[in-house]
Design a protein around this ligand. Structure first.
Ligand SMILES: [Zn+2]
Ligand SMILES: [Zn+2]
Ligand SMILES: [Zn+2]
Length: 346
């Protein structure tokens, strides 16, 4: 995520801000500008490229879960990010409400990233038979409801927004990392497999060379994985143990990591981060001098990101919190990410 600033006083802003803490001006996110903009008292943008348009906040602003703006006289009451919701929880329950807030925060970051990658255009195309949609629901003892993806519909269980439950699940599943943004990035990976690869012979062949044959029985493969775990040498070819379960899960896991790295690189670029560690090994020097979304070669993005990630992990260890990126990207995994970046950049 990039760093934003107030259009009135240039105070730095977070993506989630709806007013400037310094000058008090209203700010909101404009999807066409992909930027947080400042608004005067009649809701004209001070700095948007959309001149002469009056805006209003998305309907979900009143719940404190959205700061995106829509044209004052536009047809929808929701912004693009919120219009992807098919089901939201019953908000009269305060616990549900708090969990939904966390889900929205992660989802808005996801949607920003999909917009940066130019991947949401097809959603507004009325001819797209499977637009991307979200169900945020409680399991309520129903074994058939799980976090997952089916035909464009992504379900995220409300319980995933409970950090105690999430940590419990992380340990139970022997995962190194479990976060809300990670869930969103993984599940949307399944959606984009359908959009970018299914039914396209060339892409399918490229996919199978790297990830394996997805015609393998999915249900059986998952069952095997939960019974036997990952093969001992999984780190040579996979980003996580779960990625070994089936080529589709390998794709979704690798896709999520691709999005992690792109987001971290973008943030590092906008903060002008560079690392010059005081050791002899020169491969750990790095300066992210480009916006990764403008770069064609993913290996270049990866090479400049890796030292920064190592530095961020070291800072986290100093604070006694888990590594921000607790994974090793092998050469085989990097090839998979290069494939994804090429596919997305097309
Ligand atoms: Zn300001
Ligand atoms: Zn909204
Ligand atoms: Zn999956």
């Amino acid at each position: 995520m990039k760093i934003f600033e107030c259009g009135n006083c240039f105070h730095p802003l977070y993506f989630e801000n709806s007013s400037c803490e310094k000058c008090g001006n209203q700010v909101g996110f404009l999807e066409n500008d992909l930027d947080l903009k400042s608004f005067d008292s009649s809701f004209y943008s001070i700095s948007s490229k959309e001149k002469g348009v009056t805006f209003r906040y998305c309907e979900n602003y009143k719940f404190g879960v959205c700061n995106w703006m829509i044209p004052q006289d536009g047809p929808s009451e929701f912004c693009l990010a919120c219009s992807l919701n098919r089901t939201i929880p019953d908000l009269s329950d305060q616990e549900n409400f708090e969990k939904w807030k966390k889900l929205e925060s992660a989802k808005h970051r996801l949607v920003y990233q999909l917009l940066r990658l130019g991947l949401l255009n097809s959603n507004s195309n009325p001819e797209n038979p499977t637009p991307l949609l979200f169900d945020f629901i409680a399991k309520q003892g129903n074994p058939d409801i799980n976090t997952g993806h089916q035909n464009g519909l992504i379900t995220i269980l409300l319980s995933e927004a409970d950090s105690v439950h999430r940590e419990f699940m992380r340990k139970q599943m022997s995962e190194q990392y479990r976060t809300l943004i990670g869930h969103f990035r993984h599940e949307v990976g399944h959606y984009y497999w359908d959009q970018l690869i299914a039914g396209q012979e060339d892409e399918l062949q490229g996919f199978r060379k790297l990830f394996g044959d997805e015609r393998l029985d999915y249900g059986q493969a998952l069952q095997n994985h939960y019974q036997n775990g990952a093969p001992t040498n999984w780190q040579q070819n996979y980003i996580s143990q779960y990625a070994t379960a089936h080529p589709w899960e390998d794709w979704a896991e690798t896709w999520a990591h691709y999005l992690h790295i792109m987001d971290m690189s973008e943030t590092a670029f906008y903060f002008g981060l560079s690392v010059q560690p005081l050791i002899k090994e020169s491969s750990l020097k790095g300066k992210i001098s480009f916006d990764p979304y403008d770069i064609q070669q993913f290996d270049k993005i990866y090479k400049t990101w890796a030292p920064v990630s190592f530095a961020i992990n070291s800072l986290n260890r100093g604070m006694g919190i888990p590594d921000a990126y607790p994974f090793v990207v092998s050469a085989a995994v990097l090839d998979k990410m290069i494939f994804i970046h090429r596919l997305v950049s097309q």
